[in-house]
Design a protein. Sequence first.
Length: 439
Amino acid sequence: MTETGPEIHGERLAQRSANGEPVVVVKQLVKEFGKLRAVDNLNMVINTGETYGLIGPNGSGKTTLIRMMVGLSRPTSGTIHILGEKIPSHKVSPNLGYMPQLSALYLDLTAAQNMRFFCKIYGLRGKEQGKRIREMLERVDLADRANDVVSKFSGGMKQRLSLACALVHGPRLLMLDEPTVGVDPELRRTFWQYFAQLNSEGVTIIVSTHHLDEASRCTRLGLMRLGELLAQDVPQDLLRNSGKDNMEEAFLYYASRQDEEVEEETLEKGDRRTLALIFLVPIFMMSLLFLVLTSTSTVHTLVLVRPTGANSNQVNALIDKLLPAQDKLKTINITAGQVDSTLKNGNADAAIIFPPDFAQQVSTGQNPTVQIKLEGSDPTVARAMSDVANGLTHQLGVALAALSAQQHGQAGQTLTISATIPFTVSEPEYLYGGADYTG
Ligand SMILES: Nc1ncnc2c1ncn2[C@@H]1O[C@H](COP(=O)(O)OP(=O)(O)OP(=O)(O)O)[C@@H](O)[C@H]1O
Ligand SMILES: [Mg+2]
């Protein structure tokens, strides 16, 4: 068996796999153990002739994925097709070889007896059985140990026998779960020679490993972490796209991108909550007003002291857009000096007072204060009018924050949590029959 250089081996098979038919098609695969998502929405296509390496740290979901592929564990959701058959399917078994992470060998049986056991599972009998056992034991260099009890074997010998058992029925697809774990460098090299040979005979291989130096021997790699595929590509492209020159650093690069995504998602969830509060609370407040207003025949009045300084047009246009369209609500523009008397005389129920240079202060980040004043003789109406004034100013704040985010080159992005409302709204001041009450 001749050793093929890793790069050459990779390129040759990558070419072949490009022309290959899909052998394995995994779609939106999820496996949950209680609250733990061991496999999280995995998608992959593995083609004929590939040696596909699953690389990932302990607990990243490699074994869970492989066990689902061989039909030993049912997915929580999603599908796996192998050779066109939906897994689990008994039709696929004769084409599938599986070497589990933990040895499935019977220690008190001989190597040959163990192999016979696997032959029975796969329906190999008679002369064909004997021939295959001899061939496979020779291939893994155990021909002279055929009649020895496995309990006397070293770890590496057991691994070789496990491989022989997985191959005894001549599968077209071989799934190897960490076949080189605990194996010395020389035997690891021999194992990869076996794989290269099998591969050249047309066997498609899926192999999980911790050894990043084995990565370059694969036609393609799936980097797994926390049940997700961080990236999958030919080894050279994974290195190129990460800008790293070794797979260990490349893995860390893709892992850090996953961490950033998780952080962003957490933030976005926060943003969505903030946005929901910002938008929904005022809408709720205004619906209270609607209830109050529709239950009376009286028209209520909101007076506005609008900004008048530079750049006020845009703000006033926004206010016009946001003013609630209610038959029972009238809005009037007045000056700051008219507010108190208008409320005290009962000619208005609420006032929103913008400082004249409001727009200027907002654009220069000075956080201006908007005042709300209420006529307090009817507490129910006062409360409803307070809600409508607060609702209006909140919505204006959200609109201005979004506008500012766009003006800072973030067009098309969702409002982030850092895009805060650029002004303060004072606690409402109550005016009642000439007497002032605050709060
Ligand atoms: N039967 C099970 N019940 C509960 N949790 C499980 C079960 N099998 C696996 N897990 C959990 O699922 C996650 C993925 O485990 P898995 O064995 O697939 O990882 P792995 O990548 O193969 O790790 P290793 O490299 O150590 O073999 C781990 O957190 C593990 O504890
Ligand atoms: Mg495992």
